[in-house]
Design a protein around this ligand. Structure first.
Ligand SMILES: [Zn+2]
Length: 114
């Protein structure tokens, strides 16, 4: 299961940061690209399972799915690709280059502040 692998690496990184900050993590924000097939529920479920009895237990994960972007070959502008009608939002050209999909990224860890 893809999400389990992701959950394991997240847990490692968050545990390290928590130890460094000497704080209890309560939430994290993750972002990933459109082509990265992360299922929010499956990831939360996997994370919950492996973080049991660790300082990360009970954390809330928020996953931000970034749209796929294109670079217009005519006017050089970057735009979010609509799968129903992929074209440049500025000039309407359908001649564009696909940008690399956004990587899976741990953007933010929220620590308890009391
Ligand atoms: Zn354009």
């Amino acid at each position: 299961m893809h999400e389990m692998t992701v959950a394991e690496s997240l847990l490692t990184i968050i545990s390290d940061e928590a130890a460094k900050n000497n704080a209890k993590p309560v939430g994290a924000k993750i972002s990933c690209g459109t082509l990265n097939p992360i299922n929010d529920e499956a990831l939360s479920f996997a994370f919950e399972a492996i973080s049991k009895d660790t300082p990360c237990e009970g954390m809330t994960l928020k996953i931000d799915h970034k749209p796929l972007q294109g670079l217009c070959k005519k006017c050089d502008s970057k735009f979010n690709i609509e799968f129903s009608s992929p074209k440049c939002l500025k000039c309407g050209s359908e001649d564009f280059k696909l940008m690399p999909d956004a990587p899976l990224l741990l953007e933010e860890i929220v620590f308890q502040t009391d």
